[in-house]
Design a protein around this ligand. Structure first.
Ligand SMILES: [Zn+2]
Length: 270
């Protein structure tokens, strides 16, 4: 199964596109942009100081490409935590309306079994994790920066899928584009937090001192949760040094646009 698309320099939307049965989505790329404007390109966030009309047009293009332009969208007030919310048919009363859709506050992971509901989280260097189980048909998306990784959001996301009837050995994962280990130099507090995770070896070793691969740390966590190795696909695209333009907080040196991870069940309920 192939998740990385070879992108031409202009006009493409996706850095990673999902090819799971009955699922639409992926992680969008930054696309053509003005290198002097940290928010230009396919920014999907209304909260980074970008023009709201431009954000709306970007989001519409992406949702149209999924065939999901008329489906409700659930986003999250991401706080680098490990809280994962299950989205039910009636949309929880705890959700707030926002320009991008219904927003679950203080949440870094969303899972659902509802068809035709788009789950959407936003990123600039942090790791997007997309989850899928065919039976029962369940999807999820997680936001894993170093704090979320250390708080084991990968494990909590798998747990939320399992609470809906999925088995870990039947869950597939895509670890999307994120800052690579070579580009991600960190302080001792990060190294210490990540060294407590299961199987940290490859995430911390084979890299220059004080560097860490958050993608590998999360892959190890998913393996620890008993996902089969062959069911985990890790994108090799770095948001900072990769050859497909993505938003990168580190590259921008601060305020930047965000790309999105989008996932929805496309199966008609009837
Ligand atoms: Zn890199």
């Amino acid at each position: 199964m192939r998740h990385d698309e070879k992108l031409s320099p202009a006009g493409q939307l996706w850095a990673v596109r999902l090819h799971w049965a009955n699922v639409v989505g992926g992680v969008n790329c930054r696309g053509p942009h003005d290198p002097d404007d940290n928010r230009s390109g396919l920014n999907v966030s209304y909260y980074v100081g970008d023009d709201a009309h431009r954000v709306a047009a970007n989001r519409r293009r992406i949702l149209q490409s999924m065939g999901a332009q008329d489906w409700p969208v659930v986003t999250a007030g991401q706080v680098h935590g490990s809280h994962v919310v299950t989205v039910h048919e009636d949309m929880q009363p705890g959700f707030d309306p926002s320009a991008a859709g219904m927003r679950s506050p203080q949440t870094d992971g969303l899972v659902t079994q509802q068809p035709h509901v788009v789950l959407n989280l936003m990123f600039a260097d942090c790791v997007p994790i997309l989850l899928y189980c065919a039976e029962p048909l369940t999807v999820g998306v997680l936001h894993a920066g170093w704090r979320g990784t250390a708080a084991r959001i990968a494990e909590k996301g798998v747990g939320a899928m399992c609470a809906l009837g999925a088995k870990p050995t039947a869950i597939h994962a895509v670890i999307g584009p994120a800052i690579c280990g070579k580009c991600y130099e960190v302080g001792p507090e990060v190294l210490e937090a990540l060294s407590l995770l299961p199987g940290p070896g490859k995430a911390l070793l084979e890299l220059p001192r004080n560097h860490v691969s958050l993608a590998e740390a999360n892959r190890q966590l998913l393996l620890h949760c008993e996902l089969p190795e062959e069911a985990i696909h890790t994108s090799q695209l770095c948001t900072r040094c990769g050859d497909v333009p993505m938003f990168s907080y580190r590259a921008a040196g601060g305020g930047t646009g965000l790309h999105g991870a989008f996932i929805a069940l496309a199966r008609d309920p009837h």
